[in-house]
Write a protein that binds this ligand. Structure first.
Ligand code: SAM
Ligand code: SF4
Ligand code: SF4
Length: 339
């Protein structure tokens, strides 16, 4: 199949699917309680794509070159019977990998059934090892032990290698970085430190809260010397480093300081069925309307193809050049569009 390329010559390989806009945590950088509090109106169930609808969209995406699916949210494990969706996607011809990003709090009891259904691996978000910092960052009383148990069970179930994602905010959890690295050194899981991004409109993002990955690499290297290893594949977002003492790897996602739009091969499907060609997109393409009004498979493929062919997004590369105020519409929240 000739790959379908966007206007910057990028193929479509990955889709991130937000299966729910709800979450059981309230991380301040993603779903601050001041906005996502008691009165917040989440999407009613009837507006969410059903598993059958998601599978149909994925089938059309496969015809456009997509090969890998990541389930995310919100918190994907809040969606009932998620393993059923995994099994339906795993049965599609051409799918190479199904993975999931989760906060890990509900993972322990579900890891085995998800693996059995066809999930390949998971990424678990965990911003601190210190209980107080974790609970303050997730604005919850969630015991950190639940997340750690979820990580252990995922590794034991073979959803491996588990990646542990840490969003670093200066003055909030940057003092936890060495502890986090130490906790997972010598273990099968790999920690990845992520630069705090200006996603959405609700987190009051400030550039001075971003800790450049280079600073973290220097700090970790000073304690446990590192050597850089090459990326696993083009489009891989993390830079990878190996501990010289053989204790495994650590990764860094330089979304702000070294944007990777040039190799961005991801599309996003929101929980209500809109397709977005960038994490920072302000408008999406309503595939739910097409699916629910009886579009044929061929029509769906044509629609996706034309969306991808017209894609010019490179928000992160333009961020530094942009002179504010030139954007139209509200930026979408990560919990909705799928982190
Ligand atoms: N609830 C799941 C979780 O936390 O893993 C999945 C959804 S969450 C939106 C996906 C990922 O986005 C998480 O790793 C989270 O830390 C990350 N994330 C959310 N807001 C972010 C921000 N402003 N900057 C960088 N990463 C962010
Ligand atoms: Fe929930 Fe994940 Fe967002 Fe935290 S980062 S509020 S766990 S969706
Ligand atoms: Fe891809 Fe948009 Fe992120 Fe650039 S800013 S890497 S185009 S999602």
């Amino acid at each position: 199949m000739t790959p379908i390329l966007d206007r910057l010559n990028r193929p479509l390989h990955d889709v991130r699917i937000s299966v729910t806009d709800r979450c059981n945590l309230r991380c301040g950088y993603c779903m601050p309680r001041s906005v996502f509090g008691e009165g917040f109106q989440f999407l009613p169930h009837s507006e969410l794509l059903s598993f059958e609808e998601i599978t149909r969209v994925c089938q059309a995406l496969l015809a456009c070159g997509m090969r890998r699916v990541r389930l995310t949210g919100g918190e994907p494990l809040l969606r009932r019977d998620l393993h059923r969706l995994v099994a339906m996607l795993a049965a599609l011809e051409g799918i190479e990998e199904i993975s999931m990003t989760t906060n890990g709090t509900l993972l322990r009891s579900k890891a085995a059934i998800l693996k059995e259904a066809g999930l390949s691996r998971v990424t678990v978000s965990l911003d601190a090892i210190d209980e107080k910092v974790f609970q303050s960052m997730s604005d919850s009383r969630m015991p950190i032990a639940k997340v750690l148990a979820g990580i252990e069970e995922a590794t034991a179930a073979g959803l491996a290698p588990v990646k542990v994602n840490v969003v670093v905010r200066r003055g909030v959890n940057d003092h936890c970085v060495l502890d986090l690295a130490e906790r997972f050194r010598g273990r099968p899981e790999t920690v990845r430190f992520i630069e705090y991004m200006d996603v959405g409109e609700t987190n009051d993002w400030r550039a001075d809260e971003v800790v450049p990955a280079s600073e973290l690499i220097a700090a970790i290297n000073a304690r446990w010397p590192l050597t850089q290893v090459s990326r696993a594949r083009p489009g891989e977002v993390a830079s990878r480093y190996r501990y010289l003492d053989g204790a495994g790897e650590v990764g860094f996602i330089h979304s702000i300081s070294q944007p990777f739009c040039g190799s961005c091969d991801r599309i996003r499907l929101s929980s209500d069925g809109k397709l977005y060609t960038c994490l920072f997109a302000r408008s999406g393409h309503d595939l739910r309307a097409a699916v629910r009004s009886g579009a044929s498979d061929a029509q769906l493929v044509r629609e996706i193809e034309s969306i991808w062919r017209g894609r010019v997004d490179r928000y992160s590369e333009l961020r530094s050049e942009r002179a504010g105020g030139d954007e139209v519409g509200r930026r979408l929240e990560m919990s909705y569009i799928g982190g």
